[in-house]
Design a protein around this ligand. Structure first.
Ligand code: PMP
Length: 350
């Protein structure tokens, strides 16, 4: 047998820790609890019933036009991807080499660590700082590490804390960008909930990239559709590395129809925000330390085992790090069931 050429770091890497449930209440993956509207499904079915062919490039152009309009940038600033993860993967695989240094906050979205490991990157983690009801970034440390980094990636708002980070603050972003010896990626997966974006900066700073997804507010998680907002030069380079079919036809159609009708996402955001406020005050009333959030999830500090007793009641939440839980905001009914279950668990010392 020929000697294996698989790099050492890849052999040692661990897969994304992904446990799921088949039935019950899903409050563990930050999905939307609502289905996408029927007109999206109908549009996808219409295209699928027309035969099974590679999609016409006009559809990719249409997606780029709509995403550009939605973000007040140009179509040449949009790179469509299979989910926000597809955008992150494109960056980690095309702009970095093994041995390069990446900096991100801790905690933050767990895929940054997965991509860094499988690409053989050196990692600087900057601990977030607890700040009353919120968490905040340690900007001095970020600036310090940025100087030695090829990539700084910041999820803004942060997953799992739900806190805003740079908050599209132009001064902070430009200071950071000027320190980096490479790219600044702002992962705005929860933009529709937070309402702030640094999208307009991609033409001012060619090394700023913004990750977006339709998995959250647009309720399209299973379709795997998202996009990168970046300078034209970055988009042109990434386009050469992709095939015109990377975003599958059903996903592209779902994405186009969603961006043609963004008002349904605004409705979802309003409902989730109301449910989040209900859940936040209910968890506080139960005596839990819960942090404020500008996203569709809440971060809770607790040392007790809540995962197992909740799982026994068919409710899944996530424990991203020891001593902390992340709870996705579900429908009002799901939130009420969770509050009742947690009340019972805490009372019985289960
Ligand atoms: N970025 C962040 C911060 C996320 O939380 C997620 C999903 N949990 C993603 C990106 C990727 O989402 P998707 O691939 O479904 O678009």
């Amino acid at each position: 047998m020929a000697p294996t050429e698989i790099p050492k770091w890849l052999k040692e890497a661990k897969e994304y820790d992904y446990s799921d449930i088949k039935e019950g209440i899903r409050l563990h993956l930050n999905e939307s609890p609502y289905s996408p509207p029927n007109f999206i499904i109908q549009e996808v079915e219409k295209y699928l019933s027309q035969g099974n062919r590679y999609q016409h490039p006009d559809l990719t152009s249409r997606f780029k036009e709509l995403a550009a309009e939605y973000n007040k940038v140009e179509p040449s600033n949009i790179f469509p991807t299979p989910g926000g993860d597809g955008a992150l993967r494109a960056i980690f695989y095309n702009f970095l080499n093994p041995g390069d240094t990446v900096t991100y906050n801790f905690p933050s979205y767990s895929m940054y660590s997965v991509y860094s490991t499988v690409r053989g990157l050196k990692v600087n983690k900057v601990n977030l700082v607890e700040n009353g009801d919120w968490w905040k970034e340690d900007i001095d440390k970020l600036l310090d590490f940025a100087k030695k980094s090829k990539l700084v990636v910041i999820d803004d708002p942060n997953n799992p804390t739900g806190s805003p980070m740079l908050k599209a603050n132009k001064d902070l972003i430009s200071t950071l960008v000027e320190s980096i010896n490479g790219f600044l990626v702002l992962d705005e997966a929860y933009y529709e909930f937070s309402g702030y974006t640094a999208a307009s900066l991609v033409n001012e700073y060619p090394n700023v990239m913004i990750v977006r997804t339709l998995s959250k507010a647009f309720s399209l998680a299973s379709y795997r559709v998202g996009y990168l907002i970046a300078n034209k030069e970055v988009v042109d380079a990434l386009t050469k590395t992709s095939t015109p079919f990377d975003v599958a036809l059903p996903s592209l159609i779902a994405g186009i129809t969603a961006l043609e009708n963004p008002s349904y996402a605004r409705k979802i955001v309003n409902e989730i925000t109301e449910n989040r406020e209900y859940l936040y005050s209910s968890l506080k009333k139960l005596g839990l330390k819960v942090y404020k959030s500008v996203t569709n999830f809440l971060f809770v500090k607790d040392n007790r085992d809540l995962l197992n007793p909740l799982m026994e009641r068919k409710i899944a939440i996530r424990k991203p790090i020891d001593g902390f839980y992340r709870i996705t905001v579900g429908t009002r009914e799901q939130c009420e069931i969770l509050v009742k279950a947690l009340g019972e668990i805490l009372e019985s010392g289960d």
